[in-house]
Design a protein around this ligand. Structure first.
Ligand SMILES: [Ca+2]
Length: 142
C-alpha cells in the first residue's frame, strides 16, 4: 500500500470513529437504527453510515420516530440516498429546521444508504431514531 493510500485510510478510520450502532449494514426486512448515544445527546464530530439492503422486497419505507438536530444547514445533517452508497439519488438532506417528512421516505430500489454527520460545533440534541421496512409496492407494508 502506498504511503498516500495508507494515510488516507488512517484518516478514514479516524473519521469513521465507531460508536456502537454507528456504521452498520442492515439486511432484515425491517429494523431500526439511531444516532450515536441516542436517546442521549450525540457527540460532535461523528460520521456514521447505515446501508439497508432488503432482498425480499423491491422498495423500502423509512420513518423517523424522533428527529432533533442542529437547526442550521451545513452543521449536523442526515443524508438519505436511494441505492447502495452515496452515489445514489439523494432522497433528502435533513437537519433541525428541515426534518424528514412525517409520512417517511420511500426508495425506488431495495437499498438505502444513510449518512449522519455532526460537526464540531457543540449542540445539545438527541439526534434521531429511525425505522424501516421492506415494501412490496409503494405504500404497502411487506
Ligand atoms: Ca454540531
Amino acid at each position: 500500500m502506498a504511503w498516500k493510500d495508507r494515510s488516507l485510510s488512517d484518516y478514514f478510520v479516524k473519521l469513521f470513529s465507531s460508536f456502537p450502532g454507528c456504521n452498520e449494514t442492515l439486511t432484515e426486512v425491517r429494523g431500526t437504527f439511531h444516532s450515536p448515544n441516542y436517546p442521549g445527546k450525540y457527540p460532535d464530530g461523528q460520521y456514521c453510515s447505515w446501508g439497508i439492503m432488503v432482498n425480499v422486497t423491491p422498495h423500502i419505507h423509512l420513518t423517523f420516530t424522533n428527529f432533533s438536530l442542529h437547526h442550521e444547514n451545513n452543521t449536523d445533517a442526515l443524508y438519505v440516498y436511494d441505492g447502495e452508497n452515496a452515489t445514489g439519488e439523494v432522497l433528502g438532506v435533513f437537519y433541525g429546521s428541515n426534518p424528514p417528512p412525517e409520512g417517511g421516505i420511500y426508495s425506488m430500489t431495495n437499498q438505502m444508504f444513510i449518512i449522519f454527520k455532526s460537526d464540531n460545533q457543540t449542540g445539545s440534541y438527541t439526534g434521531f431514531n429511525a425505522s424501516y421496512y421492506g415494501l412490496n409496492k409503494s405504500g404497502k407494508c411487506s
